[in-house]
Design a protein around this ligand. Structure first.
Ligand code: ADP
Ligand code: MG
Length: 292
């Protein structure tokens, strides 16, 4: 029963790119039976690229992208960066923006040259405009391919959709298989749509998927899993993951993610992927056996 075993345990973890903050985190990690993961930036690279757009209602594709990118300049969301980069790639000149507002986990709104732009997920955009079967159908076609779809309304009129692709990290599938071998159930929580979540989840064999969830929902679902008697680790990278990370029995932050997530977590994955997590779990069991 020596602190030395803990030092050795955490030392071996660090060699594998896994930083364990304290003995308590190590001790709890051994007992987990459920790993909750965020999709974007945890299972996927978190570097989305604009791959598709469809304009409608008399707006050209270049105009749609110019207005959307102008409005998104004020947002730090990776999706916003993908839209701005997409416009730059096409050499489109962005326009001045006023009245920018953002709704976490849903989207943004801004005024561009007198026109009211709204960009976001289905939940937000159903409140703002009526979407044709063509736009809704194309959105679903993109989602089943694992792409993330954003709806764009101009002055309250449905004006198009933008889709981004965010590749799955090459290590995600093996990491989850290794966790399954250790009888750990893997649950995905994402603010993205059901279709996109399923397409990604199936590729990496996720056991349970909750899509269209807000940061508050993520926190609530972790609480429900704990109330069912599960011992829960949660891995995430964003500000929207921080409350859930703090509530989990063990919070796991991506080293490549936001500082808020890292501060909320007991474990940090320096390389920013799930690889090595199963190994760290076996290491924590071995370390705890030495201590007892
Ligand atoms: P995740 O849980 O995958 O990290 P978020 O909770 O940050 O996702 O966002 C959920 C959804 O809200 C996104 O898939 C997107 O449709 C929409 N959204 C969020 N921020 C923006 C933004 N700046 N511009 C457009 N859409 C956004
Ligand atoms: Mg995220």
């Amino acid at each position: 029963a020596t602190p030395m075993s803990i030092v050795t345990g955490t030392g071996k973890g660090a060699q594998n790119g896994i930083l364990i903050k304290n003995a308590e985190a190590l001790e709890r990690f051994e007992k987990i039976d459920t790993l909750v993961v965020d999709k974007t930036g945890t299972l996927t690279e978190g570097k989305p690229e604009l791959v598709y757009m469809l304009a409608s209602g008399g707006v050209s594709e270049n105009e749609l992208l110019t207005l959307a990118a102008s409005a998104e300049v004020g947002s730090e969301h990776p999706l916003a960066e993908a839209i701005v980069a997409g416009a730059q790639k096409r050499n489109l000149d962005l326009r001045p923006v006023t009245e920018f507002t953002s709704t976490t986990g849903e989207g943004i709104s801004a005024r561009v040259e007198g026109r009211r732009l709204s960009i976001g997920n289905g939940k937000l955009m159903r409140r703002i405009a009526a979407w044709s079967d063509e736009l809704a159908g194309e959105a679903e076609t993109r989602r089943v391919q694992g792409q993330t779809v954003m709806f764009v309304a101009i002055d309250g009129q449905a004006s198009g959709i933008l889709a981004v692709a965010d590749p799955i990290k090459p290590t995600s599938q093996n990491a989850i298989r290794a966790l399954h071998d250790r009888r750990i159930r893997v649950v995905m929580l994402t603010g993205d749509s059901e279709g996109t979540a399923r397409a990604v989840g199936e590729q990496v064999s996720i056991d349970e998927i909750h899509a269209d969830v807000s940061p508050e929902d993520k926190h609530r679902i972790v609480g429900e899993l704990k109330a069912e008697g599960r011992v829960v680790a949660m891995a995430g990278d964003g500000i929207n993951d921080a409350p859930a990370l703090a509530l989990a029995d063990v919070g796991i932050a991506m080293g490549t993610g936001t500082d808020v997530a890292i501060e909320s977590a007991g474990i940090t994955l320096i390389k920013g992927d799930l690889q090595g997590l199963a190994q760290a779990h076996s290491l924590s069991s071995a370390t705890m056996r030495n201590i007892r």
